[in-house]
Design a binder for this molecule. Structure first.
Ligand SMILES: [Zn+2]
Length: 239
């Protein structure tokens, strides 16, 4: 069994470990960084796929407007030719030429329109799929941010609770042991103490504790791990 002083130090080290853990978790709090990156990637994809769909769609609209214009022109010429106002045979010939050219143009446009009718729907579908993915991720991001706020509040509350408990936990620990503990903490990532396991290893780093040191632990002396230098807490496997 560890001395009463070491038992007190163990309680203190539990508080300090808790504080280290809280700081670590606060520093690594997921406030949606990963989801934001995923959204950015999807948006880049959307710019490409969506851009293509928009371009094809616009091309189709342009062609349809063009086609409407040609139809109107043809109707006008038809009226002109059969309305009795054109009498000159050269004029008729010119109009017939124009009609032929317009019809050729109309046929070419029709072909393009048919092609676009094939490709526009799947392109739009692909773009809509990505947009839906973006929307879903954005929803996820809102949820993650909400959760992060709650996690942060919990960490802050825990931090306050442990910080307030610390002065009490310092009582009954000699300045000598305290100095030793603090210097170990500074060198060992804030964790100054580690349990000695049932198998006589250091729980902090896994190093086997030498037999003579185990004897010192049994004698309730302050023993540090040879490898990580943490003060060992010995409870004969009770902890
Ligand atoms: Zn160790």
């Amino acid at each position: 069994m560890a001395s009463l002083e070491l038992q007190r130090l163990w309680k203190l080290s539990q508080i300090d470990s808790g504080l280290v853990e809280i700081r670590h978790r606060a520093a690594n709090l997921d406030i949606g960084q990963r989801i934001t990156a995923e959204i950015e990637a999807l948006k880049a994809q959307d710019a490409e796929v969506g851009g293509r769909a928009r371009k094809l769609s616009a091309d189709l609209t342009d062609l349809e407007v063009l086609q409407k214009g040609i139809e109107d022109k043809l109707k006008k010429i038809d009226k002109l030719m059969y309305g009795g106002t054109v009498v000159n045979s050269r004029e008729v010939e010119n109009l017939e030429k124009e009609v032929a050219a317009l019809k050729k143009q109309r046929a070419a446009n029709d072909e393009k329109i048919l092609e676009l009718w094939e490709v526009v729907p799947p392109a739009k579908e692909a773009a809509a799929k990505i947009e839906a993915q973006v929307a879903a991720k954005q929803k996820q991001l809102v949820e993650r941010k909400k959760a992060a706020v709650a996690e942060k509040a919990k960490l802050e509350a825990d931090f306050v609770r442990l910080t307030q408990a610390r002065p009490d936990a310092l009582r009954g620990i000699s300045p000598g042991l305290m100095n030793k503990y603090d210097s170990v903490r500074q060198r060992s990532g804030g964790i100054g103490m580690a349990e000695a396991t049932k198998k006589n290893t250091c729980a902090g780093c896994g190093t086997v504790i030498a037999e003579r040191m185990v004897q010192s632990l049994i004698d309730e002396k302050a023993v540090t791990c040879e490898s990580c230098h943490r003060i060992l807490y010995y409870t004969e496997g009770a902890v």
